[in-house]
Design a protein around this ligand. Structure first.
Ligand SMILES: Cc1cc2nc3c(=O)[nH]c(=O)nc-3n(C[C@H](O)[C@H](O)[C@H](O)COP(=O)(O)OP(=O)(O)OC[C@H]3O[C@@H](n4cnc5c(N)ncnc54)[C@H](O)[C@@H]3O)c2cc1C
Ligand code: SF4
Length: 604
């Protein structure tokens, strides 16, 4: 028999009344408040676990509107809270809530229109990135922002975390590819967000209701605080999100563009019901260079030189992930490309402990070959010296390139297989600093973790100074739980010292209390002013990013959780052992693949 933890969290009466009212409206989607459905959405890839009161699955924008209109009725106004959810792959608990989850992935996953002539596509928020790119592949275009869980992360989630990944150096972030957003506001109003010239902006400001208020407040804040915004926002590829005040006017069109503010707002301002997205021509050729190192620091130091050759991406993977990969099916496919440099012909044996994947893409094959050859020459000239790359593997074979990137994409799933009670965890994992500061920053970061006797895994986008660091902790142990706070505070200080940002692509979620540390007190109040304009009752994903200005009693969610470790602690050791593979699930959602036939993640 499968053991169970007893639970007493029933859905409150007011929520049941709300759901009954929704059911009696024209809502045709699913409404679930059984324990199993709630439990499925109680976790994501973060260290947190929060049981929602219910989950609703709308089928179209009118049904999202119905949810919010009913929630805005007097009897529900102060009790019903709604948090949108896509693939649930967030690493900071962004989609977790004690309120009601509004799931956009089950039904609202249609690609509505593709216009190749004008280079755009219109999608519902639950469309998965790989689903979209598969649809576009035959047409020689793609949606450029990439991210590792591309087979399950949705466009709604990507817009709301302003996601990006491999290739962001040349392609930018999701917000750079958003043309229009259709949104439902906290009271059910529909907002069509497009870049606006002054005349159109003024007409939006004159609108009644929340819409008019939003345009008035945001325009006032970004104009009045322009100098402060310029001073506070770091000038980095991985700019600051939630809320991105810096780009409302400073964008390519030089128009008032609310889409930049909505992107990365983590479902706290509006629910995206449709997005019109820019398409990019697929490059005709891709070349990949796998550069091997004995030490992670060598790879970081090398990144600056490699960048001079202008690759599309440099991604680095550490020894921890490489050694875990040896037990995965992917290893058979890529092992020859990352083999140790043998000690033959009098040369020293040099093990591969870190690799950098360096991708070049473009339409002129000859130029690409030249670029790669120039880089290989640099590596060849130094490769016998210690502290330098030990060798490389060069390929233009699409299958080999796919397999090598697949190793990178599987990284987080592989970490679930780490032996022992301590598991690599995300809580200080997506900091970014200017790339030229990365090596020094990581040296201090490692020293900090080593002072706690902690092991860790590192991987990420070194070309843009963003490195994912997952320290291995056992959160069943209350002493180690306390380190979440200690380490987070220390990393905040360290990131600031190196001129970086604490959230560079994975959003803020349960780290919202650090908002004022990075925006400063004054802009923090302005963010709250903006939240107030959009969501005066703090209905949308409450506790994330900021609270409305007038709601001083409302707090952001605490860093301390509720943690998943609090639940795991209650399970008897013998059962922890017996159900080890389930316990090892780190919630990265590989089982949520939009293609059900695909392989689940390696920790299962
Ligand atoms: C293994 C792994 C690797 C990752 N690698 C990357 C990476 O390379 N780059 C990167 O950027 N991220 C990465 N992430 C983080 C995560 O995948 C991204 O944040 C992703 O954009 C989340 O998409 P989702 O559909 O899972 O959204 P969810 O996690 O479900 O939601 C994310 C946020 O968006 C909000 N939201 C969702 N849908 C809507 C909507 N329709 N309207 C309004 N708000 C909405 C939610 O409320 C929440 O705040 C990784 C995560 C994992 C597990
Ligand atoms: S595939 Fe298994 S281990 Fe991976 S996220 Fe899903 S349930 Fe967890």
């Amino acid at each position: 028999m499968i053991p169970r933890i007893s639970h007493s969290e029933n859905t409150p009466q007011i929520v049941q009344s709300f759901l009954a009212k929704l059911r009696n409206s024209n809502f045709s989607g699913d409404i679930q408040h059984d324990y199993a459905s709630r439990l499925v959405t109680a976790t994501d890839n973060s260290i947190y676990q929060v049981l929602p009161q219910a989950v609703v699955f709308p089928k179209n924008y009118k049904e999202i509107q119905a949810v919010l209109k009913i929630a805005d009725q007097q009897q529900f106004r102060h009790s019903i809270k709604i948090t949108p959810r896509g693939g649930g792959t967030g690493t900071n608990g962004q989609s977790l809530t004690e309120g009601i989850v509004l799931d956009c992935s089950r039904y609202m996953n249609r690609i509505l229109e593709t216009n190749l002539k004008e280079g755009w596509v219109r999608v519902e928020p639950g469309v998965v990135l790989d689903q979209l790119n598969e649809h576009l592949a035959q047409k020689n275009v793609f949606f450029a922002p990439d991210l590792s869980p591309s087979n399950r992360a949705t466009l709604g989630g990507m817009v709301n975390t302003d996601a990006c990944g491999k290739g962001s150096r040349i392609y930018g972030r999701t917000s750079d590819h958003v043309l229009e957003l259709s949104c439902i506001l906290s009271n059910g109003e529909v907002l069509e967000s497009v870049p606006l010239d002054t005349e159109k902006l003024n007409s939006y400001k004159r609108k009644s209701g929340i819409t008019g208020e939003v345009f008035k407040v945001v325009d006032r804040v970004v104009l009045e605080k322009a100098d402060l915004i310029e001073e506070v926002f770091p000038k980095m590829n991985r700019f600051m999100t939630g809320y991105n005040l810096a780009k409302v006017y400073s964008n390519a069109e030089k128009k008032f563009n609310l889409n930049y503010l909505l992107s990365g707002s983590e479902g706290t301002l509006a629910i995206v019901s449709e997005a019109k997205l820019r398409l990019t021509a697929l490059p005709k050729h891709k070349l990949l260079l796998v550069v091997k190192y004995e030490d992670f620091d060598d790879a970081l130091r090398d990144a600056e030189i490699l960048l001079e050759n202008d690759p599309a991406a440099i991604e680095t993977i550490d020894e921890k992930i490489l050694s875990l990969a040896k037990e995965d099916e992917i290893y058979l496919k890529i092992k020859d490309f990352i083999a140790d440099e043998s000690g033959k012909s009098g040369k020293k044996f040099r093990p591969t402990r870190t690799i950098s994947l360096i991708e070049f893409c473009g339409n002129n094959r000859k130029n690409l070959e030249k670029q790669v050859s120039a880089l290989c020459k640099i590596i060849d000239a130094k490769k016998n010296k210690s502290g330098e790359a030990t060798g490389y593997y060069r390929t233009s074979d699409p299958q080999e390139i796919k397999d090598l990137w697949s190793l990178r994409k599987k990284g987080v799933g592989l970490l679930g297989n780490t032996k022992g009670e301590r598991k690599p965890l995300p809580f200080v994992e997506d900091t970014a600093v200017p790339p030229e500061n990365l090596a020094g920053y990581i040296r201090e970061f490692r020293k900090l973790l080593e002072s706690y006797g902690l092991e860790y895994a590192m991987f990420g986008h070194v070309d843009v100074g963003c490195l994912h660091v997952r320290p291995a902790l056992d959160l069943k142990n209350p002493d180690e739980e306390a380190w979440i706070r200690e380490l987070s505070d220390k990393v905040v200080t360290l990131v600031k010292k190196y001129g970086g940002v604490m959230w560079s692509e994975h959003g803020r979620g349960f780290r919202s209390e650090y908002t004022a540390d990075f925006f400063g007190k004054e802009l923090h109040q302005d963010l709250r002013r903006i939240k107030e304009a959009f969501d005066p009752d703090n209905r949308l994903n409450p506790g994330k990013i900021v609270t409305p200005l007038s709601k001083n009693a409302d707090k952001v969610v605490p860093l301390e959780g509720p943690l998943r470790g609090h639940k795991d602690r209650q399970i008897a050791p013998v059962l922890l052992k017996e159900y080890e593979s389930a316990i090892n699930c780190n919630g990265n959602g590989a089982c949520f693949d939009y293609l059900p036939a695909n392989v689940m993640c390696p920790s299962s």
